[in-house]
Design a protein around this ligand. Sequence first.
Ligand SMILES: C[S@@+](CC[C@H](N)C(=O)[O-])C[C@H]1O[C@@H](n2cnc3c(N)ncnc32)[C@H](O)[C@@H]1O
Length: 217
Amino acid sequence: MQRAGRDHAVAGSSRGKYRFRAAHYDFELAPFEPVRRKAIEMLAPRPGDTVLDVGCGTGLSFAPLLERIGPTGRIVGVDPSPEMLALARKRVARHGWSGVALLEAVAEQAPLQGLADAALFHFTHDVLRNPAALDHVLAHLKPGARVVASGLQWAPPWMVPTNLFVLGAALYSVSSLDGLEQPWTMLAKRLHSFEVRGFPWVGIYVAGGRVAVTSRA
Ligand SMILES: C[S@@+](CC[C@H](N)C(=O)[O-])C[C@H]1O[C@@H](n2cnc3c(N)ncnc32)[C@H](O)[C@@H]1O
């Protein structure tokens, strides 16, 4: 496993959160697994694809991604939290997944090689509000590559119980509440054919688009 960008301030505060959360993270995320399925369905990776799993955490997306990309596909998981990545590494070893590479790095400094076919940002609000991270990841995708983000968003103001839930979950998970109205906006500016499938009554969205085919011509 490679390591890079360990001094980044945002990831520093995030690392503190996930140091203590890692051990029970999978249990906490269990109620949100249908959202992961929706996000991966929208990403629709194909057999043989290389997928960047940005902020991969403990690797909960690896199995459903591998189901689609098959034995010839590759996953590159990027995450700055040593504790989260240690669990991802264990998961990979337990299943003997040879097509999964893990990079201990902030997304904006990850030593990505080549161009991938798709990128997933599942519950990674800090990364979605970080232009340098988005630019770096998108620069490592093929023209036409698919990109999907999913996570928490504010519900309409009158939905007080939902917003209390979003507030609690966000304070627990992210470094800044900035952009929770529409967390995908910075990503949307960088992609085309962008589509948002919002479920605001439960404080959740899934959104995605494609890297422009002409962007690096
Ligand atoms: C809520 S968890 C999501 C983990 C995984 N995507 C999932 O769905 O289970 C957010 C993850 O983003 C990671 N993270 C925070 N800042 C990051 C950054 N700048 N670059 C990459 N990952 C980051 C955290 O370490 C954490 O593992």
